[in-house]
Design a protein around this ligand. Structure first.
Ligand SMILES: Cc1cc2nc3c(=O)[nH]c(=O)nc-3n(C[C@H](O)[C@H](O)[C@H](O)COP(=O)(O)OP(=O)(O)OC[C@H]3O[C@@H](n4cnc5c(N)ncnc54)[C@H](O)[C@@H]3O)c2cc1C
Length: 496
C-alpha cells in the first residue's frame, strides 16, 4: 500500500477550509495539503448557527475567542426558540443546558413531574440556566465548580467571514491554495482518483482526496457515483430562501425557528446583521410564495435580494469510497433545523483523523468510517423528524401530513417509552443527549403519564423545597452577568 503523503481538498467553503485547518494542525508534519477552489463558483454562503462542540475546534486550532468573535462578526448562541411548532401562538426553547439537578439514576424531570402532578405550575425551563440567560439577553462564561451552573454555548457567525478566517489560518500553517475550476479527474487502474484536471489545463495530483465541493459532490457522486439515500419522504422540505436584514437594536443570544404553514423561518442575530431564511416544501409553496412570505416576516429592512437554494435531504450511501472522502454538503444534507451541518463537517474530519489512511487505503477503516457516519446522520435525521411529526397543528395540509408520516421504528420506540413514564433512551453516541430530547418532547406536547418511582422517595413538601433551592441556585448568577451585547463589545475590544 502507498503512503498517503499528499492530500488534495476540492472546495473552499466551511467544509474545505475546516478540513484543511484541522488536518494541517493535527497531522501537518506528515502530510502536504493543497486546496482547490473556484471563486467563480463561490460558496453556498449560509450556515450561521452552530452547536457547542464548535468550541472544541477553536481550542484544537488554538484560536482565541476574542479573535474569533471579532473576525467572524459572531454572537453567542445558548438555545433555539421554536415558535408555532406545536401549535400556532405557542413556543418553547431547546437550550444547550439541562433543567435542574438530576439524582443518581433519576433525571430531574421526574421530580419536576411529580411536583407538577401535585399541583406545582412552575415551567421546566425555569430551572434551566441557559433559558434564563437567553430570555434575559445576558451572557458571560460562568466559572463554577457546581456543574449545575454550567452554561454551554455555541456561536452564530457570518459563514463567508468564517471561511475567509479559516483560509487565512490554514495558509498560515502552510496549506497551498489553488484557484481554478475542476473540469475532470484522472484515475488509476484500480479506480482511485489520481488527479484533478482544471479548465485551464493544470493538473493537481494527490494520494488522497477530500471532496468538499458542496451540493455538486463532484468527486463522490458525479465521478465515483456511490449513490444517495433520499430521505425526502421523511423530511419533505427541499428548498430554502435566504436573505440578510438589518440587525435589531439588541441581539439576543439564541436562534429563532418560526414555523409557517409549510416550513419554517430562521432568524440568526449577528453583530452586523440578521441572517434570515425560510426552509420550505416546494410541493406546498412556489419559490415566489416562499420569497414573499420571508420578506413579509423579516421585522427589519432586507439587505439584498432573497436567493433560493435547492436541496435533497439524505446522504451519500458511502461517504468514503476508494481514496475519496466527502465532507460537508457533498456528503449529504439534513436541513438546518438543529444547526447540525457544520457539526457534521467537524465530526467527519475528526473521524477521518482517527481513521487516517496513512499507510494507504484499508477497506476495514473505510467501512468503519461509513458505518459511523451512517449512524450519525440517521440519529440526527430522527431528531429532526420528531419536531415535525409530533405537532398539534391542523391549520394546513403540510402539518397534518407530517402527523401521518410513517416514522422510523427507532423513533417510534423512543417516543413510546418517553410518553409512558418519561424514560429517555439514548442510542450509542447520539449527538442529542437526554436534555435535548426532553425539551423537544415536552415542547412538542408529549407529557409523560407517569414518573420514575425514585421521585416517591420524597414527599411533596420535600420536593417543593428541593426545587425551590435548585431554582434559587440557577437564578443567582443572573444579576451579575452583563447583557449579551455588552459581553460581545467587551470581547471584541480585547487584544488577542
Ligand atoms: C439553507 C441552508 C441553511 C443552512 N444553515 C446552517 C446552519 O445554520 N448551521 C449549520 O451548521 N449549517 C447550515 N447549513 C449548512 C452549511 O451551509 C454547510 O454545511 C457549510 O456551508 C459547508 O458547505 P460546504 O463547504 O460543504 O459547501 P460550499 O460552501 O458550497 O463550498 C463548496 C466549494 O467547492 C467549490 N467547488 C465546487 N465545484 C468546484 C469545481 N468544479 N472546481 C473548483 N471548485 C469547486 C466551490 O467554489 C466552493 O469553494 C445550511 C445549509 C443550507 C443550504
Amino acid at each position: 500500500m502507498d503512503i498517503v503523503k499528499k492530500v488534495v481538498i476540492l472546495g473552499g467553503g466551511t467544509a474545505g477550509w475546516l478540513a484543511a485547518s484541522l488536518l494541517k494542525k493535527v497531522i501537518g508534519s506528515v502530510i502536504d495539503i493543497e486546496l482547490v477552489e473556484s471563486d467563480e463558483i463561490g460558496i453556498v454562503g449560509v450556515g450561521e448557527a452552530t452547536i457547542p462542540p464548535i468550541r472544541l475546534v477553536n481550542q484544537v486550532l488554538g484560536i482565541s475567542e476574542a479573535d474569533f468573535l471579532r473576525e467572524t462578526n459572531a454572537t453567542i448562541k445558548l438555545a433555539i426558540k421554536f415558535e408555532n411548532w406545536k401549535q400556532q401562538g405557542e413556543s418553547y426553547f431547546h437550550t444547550f443546558g439541562a433543567p435542574g439537578r438530576s439524582l443518581a439514576f433519576c433525571n430531574f424531570h421526574h421530580l419536576w413531574q411529580k411536583a407538577r402532578q401535585a399541583g406545582d405550575t412552575t415551567s421546566l425551563w425555569a430551572y434551566d440556566l441557559n433559558y434564563l440567560c437567553a430570555t434575559a439577553g445576558k451572557f458571560a462564561p460562568i466559572q463554577s465548580k457546581d456543574h449545575i451552573l454550567e452554561l454551554p454555548y455555541a456561536y452564530h457567525f457570518d459563514a463567508a467571514l468564517y471561511a475567509r478566517y479559516l483560509r487565512k489560518f490554514s495558509e498560515g500553517l502552510g496549506v497551498v491554495r489553488t484557484e481554478g475550476r475542476v473540469a475532470n479527474v484522472t484515475r488509476h487502474y484500480n479506480g482511485h482518483v489520481k488527479s484533478l484536471l482544471l479548465t485551464d489545463g493544470r493538473e493537481v495530483a494527490g494520494d488522497f482526496f477530500i471532496d468538499c465541493s458542496g451540493f455538486s459532490s463532484l468527486l463522490l457522486q458525479q465521478h465515483l457515483q456511490t449513490g444517495y439515500d433520499d430521505w425526502s419522504h421523511l423530511l419533505p422540505c427541499d428548498r430554502a430562501v435566504a436573505v440578510p436584514s438589518e440587525r435589531f437594536a439588541q441581539t439576543l443570544p439564541y436562534t429563532r425557528s418560526i414555523a409557517h404553514s409549510a416550513g419554517w423561518q430562521w432568524r440568526i442575530p449577528l453583530q452586523h446583521r440578521n441572517g434570515n431564511g425560510l426552509v420550505f416544501s416546494s410541493a406546498h409553496y412556489s419559490e415566489q410564495q416562499a420569497m414573499d412570505l420571508l420578506m413579509q416576516n423579516l421585522e427589519s429592512p432586507a439587505l439584498g435580494e432573497p436567493r433560493v437554494i435547492r436541496f435533497k435531504t439524505g446522504r451519500a450511501r458511502k461517504q468514503w469510497h476508494r481514496n475519496v472522502v466527502a465532507i460537508g454538503l457533498s456528503s449529504g444534507f439534513l436541513e438546518p433545523l438543529e444547526s447540525t451541518s457544520i457539526h457534521l463537517i467537524q465530526s467527519g474530519i475528526v473521524r477521518l483523523l482517527q481513521l487516517f489512511p496513512h499507510r494507504g487505503i484499508d477497506e476495514a477503516k473505510v467501512a468503519e468510517y461509513n458505518k459511523q457516519s451512517e449512524l450519525e446522520f440517521r440519529q440526527i435525521r430522527d431528531f429532526l423528524i420528531f419536531h415535525y411529526h409530533v405537532n398539534q397543528r391542523d391549520d394546513s395540509q403540510f402539518w397534518r401530513d407530517m402527523q401521518e408520516i410513517e416514522i422510523p421504528d427507532s423513533l417510534a420506540h423512543k417516543i413510546a417509552i418517553f410518553a409512558a413514564d418519561g424514560t429517555l433512551v439514548r442510542e450509542n453516541n447520539d449527538l442529542f443527549q437526554d436534555s435535548s430530547w426532553l425539551q423537544v418532547m415536552m415542547g412538542q406536547g408529549i407529557m409523560p403519564k407517569d414518573y420514575h418511582p425514585i421521585a416517591d422517595n420524597f414527599s411533596y413538601q420535600q420536593l417543593r423545597e428541593m426545587l425551590a433551592g435548585i431554582r434559587a441556585i440557577k437564578e443567582e448568577p443572573l444579576s451579575k452577568l452583563p447583557s449579551h451585547d455588552d459581553f460581545i463589545q467587551r470581547a471584541i475590544r480585547q487584544v488577542s
